[in-house]
Design a protein around this ligand. Structure first.
Ligand code: NI
Length: 213
């Protein structure tokens, strides 16, 4: 998501957002762990794919092993996201179809709060809905209200490969859903009316053609 897209007056996030670490009871726990010292990170900016790039419609593959390549990808995603600037990024947005999300919802005056969600799965959604104005680094400078479930429960692996579960609401709930959509080739404009979506698609298709000339 784009940093400019979210009305911050939504208020402080509730204490439940810290998430609850669970025992390694799922098959996901078999993922190999690599110590953080196993490589030296040299972060690099990666290009962000822009609508209508077809790769944004790919369904991303689960991460099987958190190796040096995945760790490097995560570092690069953070650098790219902070530089944009954005508050959330899915690996496919930098052209890598892996089920990885980076996120930082800290406000400007707060210290950085980098969060990684690997192989995230939505376990539960609330019936209650919430509306946020969303944006996307792959659809620059376009914002629109999107209605989504207000609360979600998500399981995922942290960057050490540890299985975790989180119950989210507010901005985090919306952000998680927006980014998990990316892993399934879905963009936030898919939640808008056909008329609105086609208007955006047309605009970005024209711009891409112009840029290619
Ligand atoms: Ni996005």
């Amino acid at each position: 998501m784009n940093s400019k897209s979210i009305p911050w007056q939504a208020g402080p996030l509730p204490p439940t957002l810290g998430g609850t670490a669970r025992a390694a009871a799922t098959p996901l726990a078999r993922i190999d762990r690599v110590p953080a010292t196993a490589y030296i990170a040299t972060m690099a900016l990666r290009d962000i794919l822009i609508l209508p790039d077809k790769r944004l419609r790919q369904v991303s593959e689960p991460v099987k092993k958190i190796d040096a390549g995945i760790r490097k990808l995560i570092e690069d995603m953070f650098e790219t996201m902070y530089e944009a600037p954005g508050i959330g990024l899915a690996a496919i947005q930098v052209g890598t179809p892996k089920r990885i999300i980076t996120m930082d919802l800290a406000k400007k005056e707060e210290p950085e709060n980098p969060q990684v969600f690997i192989n995230p799965e939505i376990l539960w959604i609330s019936e209650e809905k919430a509306i946020y104005e969303e944006g996307c680094l792959s659809i620059p400078e376009y914002y629109s209200d999107v209605e989504r479930p207000a609360q979600v429960k998500v399981k995922y692996l942290d960057r050490e490969g540890e299985p975790r579960e989180i119950e989210a609401n507010g901005l985090l709930a919306t952000c998680l859903q927006h980014e998990i959509d990316h892993l399934n080739g879905v963009l936030f404009i898919d939640h808008l009316s056909k008329l609105k979506r086609n208007r955006v698609l047309k605009k970005f298709t024209k711009a891409a053609k112009r840029a290619a000339e």
